[in-house]
Design a protein around this ligand. Sequence first.
Ligand code: ZN
Length: 198
Amino acid sequence: MADHDHEHEHDHDHDNDHESADGDVEREARRLVALSRVRQYGDGVLRMKAREVEIFDDDLERLIERMTTLMHEANGVGLAANQVGVLSRLFVFVDAGENRVLVNPVITKLSSDREIDDEGCLSLRDVLVPVERATRVTIEGFDASGERLELELELPSARVAQHELDHLDGVLIIDRTDDESRRAALAKLRPQPVLGAR
Ligand SMILES: [Zn+2]
C-alpha cells in the first residue's frame, strides 16, 4: 500500500522543488505553516494519555474543524488531539475520501489478520517505519454532536484509526516498530549538530 494512505507528512518537498506554479508554492507554504502547528517528537504532550470528552459543545466542534483543516493542509490523513496540544480523546481522519471524527473511540473488534506496512506521522517528520496492524477494526465512539457511532474499517482506514488511537494513549509508531527501525528513526529524530557552532 502506498504510504500516502497513512497519517503523515508525505514528502512532497522533492516533487515541489522544481515547480514554480503559484498554486503549488502557496500549497507548500501552507503545508509548512500547518506542520509548524503540529506538536513534534520530544514534546511531552505526545506521551500523555488523553482524557475522555464529557462536554459536546461549540468549542469541541471548533476544535474538530480546526484539526480537520490542519490535517488537510499538512497533507495528512489523520490527526489526534494530542498532536495539537489538546489532551482530549478524539481524532479526525479521512475514510474513503470523507472527513471523519471519532470522539472517545474504543476498539471493540480487531481482526486476527495482520499486515506490516510503513507508517509516517505528522509529529515525527522524515520518519517512516514498518508497523504491524490489524487489517480490520470495529470502533465505537461519538461524533461531534455526541451521537453514538460505530465504524467498521478496513485498510487503509483501519491502519490510520489504530495509529490515531495510539496517540490518545501516548503511543507512537517508534514504539510499535522493530528494534532496528526504531534505532534508525531515533537517529533521525536526534537534533543534528550545526557545523561551526561552538
Ligand atoms: Zn501520528
